[in-house]
Design a protein around this ligand. Sequence first.
Ligand code: 2P0
Length: 322
Amino acid sequence: MSTATAIAHPNIALVKYWGKHDSALNLPATGSLSMTLDIFPTTTTVSLDEGASGDVLVFNGEQRVDGPAERVTRFLDIVREMAGSTLSARVETVNTVPSAAGLASSASGFAALAVAASAAYGLDLDTRSLSRLARRGSGSASRSVIPGFAIWHAGDSDETSFAEPVAAPDLAMVVAMVEKREKPVSSREAMRRTVLTSPFYPAWVSSTAESLEAAAEACRDGDVERLGRITEVNALRMHALIQSCDPPIRYLSPVSVEIFDRISALRESGVEAWATADAGPNVVILTRPASVDAVTAALDGLAELAVAHPGPAAALVSRAGE
Ligand code: 2P0
């Protein structure tokens, strides 16, 4: 029996992915830029099972038979097709993100699954192919394959849509976990609704493409101030876009907004810090490593905090069998 285990970490986008131009292949409307974290790893083991007639998903110790299990099977079907195999698999995955904090668990989840499943099915994929494969499971997972800072090129085909590393200045993130409940609308559904109903969507696509170019340039120049400003503006534009759907969706809570205000005030006092938020109420602050203490002090009492630095690539930790 062939079995493989992999570890991957979540990533937080500085320039966000929001909207697809091909949902079958998970091709995004625009490219994005992110930092893979060194905290909250997902560990996934894939074991091929010759006797089984279907895949099994065990998530944090519990067997799932609902949506997540179907999504894993659809993903494994892609791997099986690539490998020319019909074998079912048992997938055991353990997420260390505090329960349901909604912190990019699909990114670390599908990055770890791409690495473990491709190894278990005997494929020998390079980093670019792994990023493309992870993208099929969840768009943002393409970036969790890459260590540190990554640009996901939007591309216009399966071959041309992948993430790769980008050099960046020395930065850290403070993750403020505002709420741990499941989000009311999934990113997938919210993206679909945005594309179909928001009158602002075309402006989002064109402005994000410009922001990505500017952010990549700021990374290359080591211009922290410019990169931070782009990060916060892009996040607030994404949330404005999401709120403009019909029916509307609002992910930020009053505490999230309070955190954005406190970070703005902290900047006024001379600390380089910028806020961003994904499809949920948690807020992540981009800052210099030397300013982490000033950021955590400014947010004291508002939310549970965790400090992150640029993390490693998704990696295979063990492999056995043929
Ligand atoms: C991002 N997010 O760039 C953006 C910002 C959330 C907000 O990518 O449908 O789970 O699986 O491709 O990757 C969340 O979307 O969506 C996401 P699918 P995914 O990180």
